[in-house]
Ligand binder design. Sequence first.
Ligand code: TEU
Length: 518
Amino acid sequence: MTPWWRDAVFYQVYPRSFADSDGDGVGDLRGVVARLDHLERLGVDAIWLNPVMVSPMADHGYDVADPRDVDPLFGGLAALDELIALAHARRIRVTVDLVPNHTSSQHPWFRAALAAAPGSPERQRYLFRDGAGPAGSAPPNNWVSVFGGPAWSRVTEADGSPGQWYLHLFDAEQPDLNWDNPEVFADLEATLRFWLNRGVDGFRIDVAHGMAKPPDLPDMELDARGLLAAGNDDPRFNHAGVHDIHRGIRAVLDDYPHAVTIGEIWVFDNAEFAKYLRADELHMGFNFRLVRAPFEAARIHDAIANSLAAAALGGASPTWTLSNHDVDREVTRYGGGERGLARARAMAMVMLALPGAVFVYNGEELGLPNVELPDEVLQDPVWERSGHTERGRDGCRVPMPWEGSAPPFGFSTNPVTWLPIPPEWARLTVERQAADDGSTLNFFRELIRLRRNVFRFHGNHVEWVRHDENVLAFRSGGVLCVLNAGDRAVPLDGGRLLAASSALTGGRLAPDSAAWLV
Ligand code: TEU
């Protein structure tokens, strides 16, 4: 029996930015419940919820203080139970985010580690090390944080003296766990079973290429900018030991046959990526090649071909995404304005024509662009940790515009939202687009309806018909998908038109457009 998730359309809900039900200006789970109609009308099969566990929100939920409870900001456990029940009643599955690489610095384990002595069992749950150099005043190695700055912070011991250092590959509020300590997996197993027993349909696994570390924590090869030197292996990630952890996770998931795991894997070597997808490891892995591909036919072809090759190597089904809460929205990546939107609509057709699971990021169905936010509202730890040189990811996390002609566009009853919504988004609201046949929203609804009712996928099979510097054409699920990434209109032949991202002129497909033919 084909698993439900194999060619499913997942919808990523970034809870802070989807819908606010209690007027505090931050989205929450009862806000998602209130907007389930939107997801049902869109025709999605499942929700991926970014973290809603208890968190001091230093990295907006990716700093978890209690992995087996829901933060009151999002409505608590009862609100998630309600969402799961009501989503299931609409045949929409619910998957949640799991953050196993690190905890919050407010997690009871880390607080116990700070209070305990060097070498204690409490500190063995994390990666504490004595410093290098005179009096241990230098970090144990030269690892840098993904968010900028050193990946080590020094603690003050109980006697007030400068003490050991602990590792945090992200923010200092996100200490990395020591995955060589069996307590850590035992606690993760408890978390997996806690949510699966509550009816969750699976997990997106954060930093799935992290967790395991080389025991000697060797220095990184850094370039002049203090970043990983090109072409060098990154000792912080993709350590071979990670695969035993995924086997352990799979063994638990196998007790819940319908449940799925999708790993966030920032690994671009096909053979290495495929290892995560072996039959006793992850069900699926996020492949970020399309997210990284510019709007060029040859690069898009390579991204798709490599993603298919990597999945095939692992004997798994591919996944496709163009956007998420960590990267600039594709409308902006493709140039912004009308042209950026046209290209984003065309790429939605390419993505939704491919076999495997597809992930749509909330707001993508409205053609939302990134927002240039003023310094004073930026909240992403990347902004502070980079010394105000990197603006971070808040620009792709601005709340959804639902209705009305002015902010907060029905997102909240509170005029002050956690990030400001641009007034010009009045033309992008769900309400306005639902009433406009030519809107991006109705376009996405139609594409997902056609994917469900017309496409018949057979495994990962994609037949390339044409791929050159301007045009990409492939047959998938019985449909011919054509993308014109060139600057001249191209003739369309090879079938009856099913859908197109822009109007044809004399049977010709305009630049920055795509079409489906049967
Ligand atoms: O992201 C992991 C990760 O590596 C990303 O930070 C990525 O490198 C970067 O955003 C690319 O621009 C995951 C979550 O998706 C992210 O939101 C968290 O901040 C991070 O882990 C730490 O938990």
